[in-house]
Design a protein around this ligand. Structure first.
Ligand code: F6P
Length: 367
């Protein structure tokens, strides 16, 4: 029996995606494993996520060439070292209620001879995979998002690389902040989950960390900064998550636009926090929005390893016919969970467990 696997990456890019594609391909095509399998795989990559499956015309060889890349060991050999996604990505939603193209996607999957789709993405991409699965398409998911907000897994590709970037940039800021005796407000990504800000801030030793899960108050921030002045400390680093809420209500968005999944782009809160600090305390404050730097560069060791394990596990799931599920990392083990449980919910920071609401920082008691 032969089986065609189609791999795609959807949503925001990040380091680790190429590794996952490589390890799906290598595992599926492994000649030693193939001997003991009753199935022989071939693997194709779909370009630009679900957009590729919406736009491809399977009857037109030129269009197929434009949207599909045949994958083999030679093609993917070096991919795990590189960030981004060599397949490209998009935020296309075939189930967009304003323009539902799901029937086209299903038809194209069938016409391309695809037996199973491996979707690498976050809640939106996996949500589409799950809907297709319910409509009869065999699908498995691999978790990816620097936001770490996917339910059902304690790790998603990209997070560790992004935290390392936050740490490195804050290390850089410290020398200039210290030289000028300034406060720096550093804005991280993360949408409505504070994991990036919290872990990035904790590993960098930030003085204040603001996360969406706990509303913050400017007066409290100013008190914390005043308390610190006069001590040996010359400057302070404040890490703020893009989704943090001033006074518990005010969110900051870049513009009014909605993407195909109904999300608006968050951003800009750091400027407000820095401005308020200057106005209220007279301390000099600057801000830095790390933005897409957090998704750039090559994958960390952890992301390379997790990409490998997730890619291998996705092929195991196909062999076990565990469709409609997402690879997951739980309690130190690679396992899988039903995609149904993963979508339309977010895994956010448990404030009682991980956040100190008095000092606006990570908890100082752990056990
Ligand atoms: O979900 C990943 C993420 O990087 C978020 O942290 C951020 O809010 C968003 O994507 C940015 O999206 P875009 O790349 O479309 O600007």
């Amino acid at each position: 029996m032969t089986m065609r696997i189609a791999v795609l990456t959807g949503g925001g890019d990040c380091p680790g995606l190429n590794g996952a594609i490589k390890w799906v391909t290598k595992t599926a095509l492994d000649p030693l494993l193939e001997k003991n399998r009753s199935v022989k795989f071939d693997v194709i990559g779909i370009k630009e996520g679900w957009k590729g499956l919406v736009e491809v015309d399977p009857d037109d060889p030129k269009s197929v060439k434009e949207h599909i890349i045949p994958l083999d060991e030679e093609v993917v050999r070096t991919w795990d070292r590189y960030g981004g996604t060599n397949l490209g990505t998009s935020r296309t939603n075939p189930f967009n209620p304003k323009k539902d193209r799901s029937a086209k996607v299903i038809e194209n999957i069938r016409k391309l001879g695809v037996d199973v789709v491996v979707a690498i993405g976050g809640e939106d991409t996996l949500g589409v995979a799950y809907k297709l699965y319910k409509l009869g398409i065999k699908a498995v998911g691999i978790p990816k998002t620097i936001d770490l907000d996917l339910v059902g897994t304690e790790y998603s590709l990209g997070f560790d690389s992004a935290v390392n970037i936050i740490m490195e940039e804050i290390d850089r800021l410290r020398t200039t902040a210290g030289s000028h005796n300034r406060i720096f407000v550093v804005e991280t990504m993360g949408r409505h989950a504070g994991w990036l800000a919290l872990h990035g801030g904790e590993c960098s030793g930030a003085y204040i960390i603001l996360i969406p899960e706990h509303p913050f108050d400017m007066d409290r921030i100013c008190d914390l900064l005043q308390e610190r002045r006069g001590r040996e400390i010359q400057y302070s680093i404040i890490v703020v998550s893009e989704g943090a809420k001033l006074g518990g209500v005010q969110e900051f968005y870049k513009d009014e636009k909605l993407d195909e999944f109904g999300h608006r782009s968050l951003g800009g809160i750091a400027a407000k926090v820095a401005d308020e600090i200057e106005k209220r305390t007279g301390f000099e404050a600057r801000y830095v929005i790390l933005s897409h730097l957090q998704r750039g560069g090559s994958p960390s060791a952890r992301d390379r390893l997790m990409a490998r394990w997730f890619g291998i596990a996705a092929v195991d799931m196909i062999l076990n016919e565990d469709y409609g599920r997402m690879v997951s990392y739980l309690h130190g083990e690679i396992t899988s969970v039903p995609m149904k449980e993963v979508i339309e919910r977010l895994r956010v920071v448990d404030v009682d467990k991980y956040y100190d609401i008095d000092r606006y920082n990570g908890k100082r008691t752990i056990l």
